[in-house]
Design a protein around this ligand. Structure first.
Ligand code: ATP
Length: 251
């Protein structure tokens, strides 16, 4: 089966530092693949290259059968490669529903009747409500975004990405800054999305990663040192060495 995402020998240098060192990676449709690695291993740089914000020095990225190595971020999103991270274009005084509807409208371009109030357009509102439910925010549908707690705001970001029905979801530390209870909620949400979406997850919360991932790739100094099932990664000696003094692998 052709992988949905195929990364081949990707290299990114910052001066003398090789932040991405010949990284190759393949994601099958429906897989939840996690990338872990100690601080400074190159996770953010790698996801930046997948999202299109960082230009690789060499190597290639194929997505859904096309070479997207040089394709700009916005076009990658239109092709179904969506990255969820701190979204700046949230309107705090608007409700959750309004923000998700606007995200849907932005994704679809102008094809909906702009003269009609957006909340009267069922073709926008229904998918938005669905995405809000998927992100676990149904009870906050009509709340102004300014009133959301930190964790709820991250859930909103997820809803704003899900509404575009991405083929591949790049999740960059979705649990960052969350307490135990909040991150547990996000683990449950992602478990619910598993299988229906192809997900590349970068996350420091090892309990979450080991609970969710089908496969885990471990980055150390820009290189993938292991790519395997959670059970195999847990007992991989090279991985344990890389993590000494850093985040604990769950036992
Ligand atoms: P963390 O887990 O701490 O977020 P990371 O695994 O995401 O780390 P990166 O942020 O990708 O790692 O950084 C990899 C290396 O590249 C680090 O040594 C970092 O200092 C360096 N680096 C990242 N971005 C730049 C940049 N724009 N200019 C110079 N060096 C950079």
């Amino acid at each position: 089966m052709t992988p949905l995402l195929q990364v081949d020998k990707l290299v990114k240098r910052y001066g003398g530092l090789v932040a991405t060192d010949h990284v190759s990676l393949a994601l099958q449709s429906g897989e939840l693949h996690a990338i872990i690695g100690p601080n400074g291993a190159g996770k953010t740089t790698l996801i930046g290259q997948l999202g299109g914000e960082v230009r690789p020095d060499s190597g290639s990225i194929h997505f859904d059968g096309h070479d997207i190595t040089a394709v700009p971020t916005a076009q990658r999103a239109l092709r179904g490669l969506a990255r969820s991270f701190q979204i700046t274009s949230v309107f705090p005084e608007f409700t959750v529903l309004e923000n998700v509807v606007l995200a849907m409208q932005a994704h679809c371009g102008h094809s909906f009747g702009f003269w009609k109030p957006v909340l009267q357009q069922a073709e926008l509102v229904e998918p938005a409500r669905h995405a809000i439910g998927q992100a676990g925010l149904r009870h906050r549908t009509d709340a102004p975004v300014a009133e959301l707690a930190h964790g709820e705001r991250r859930q909103l970001e997820l809803a704003m990405v899900l509404v575009a029905k991405p083929k591949l979801l790049l999740l960059d530390e979705p649990m960052a800054g969350m307490g135990h209870q909040e991150s547990g909620k996000v683990v449950d949400l992602l478990a619910g999305l598993k299988g229906g979406y192809t997900i590349l997850l970068i996350e420091h919360d090892m309990d979450a990663v080991f609970a969710l991932a089908d496969r885990i790739s471990v980055l150390v100094n820009g290189r993938i040192v292991a790519s395997d099932t959670p059970a195999a990664i847990r007992v991989n000696e090279q991985v344990r060495m890389a993590y000494l003094g850093d985040e604990e692998l769950p036992s």
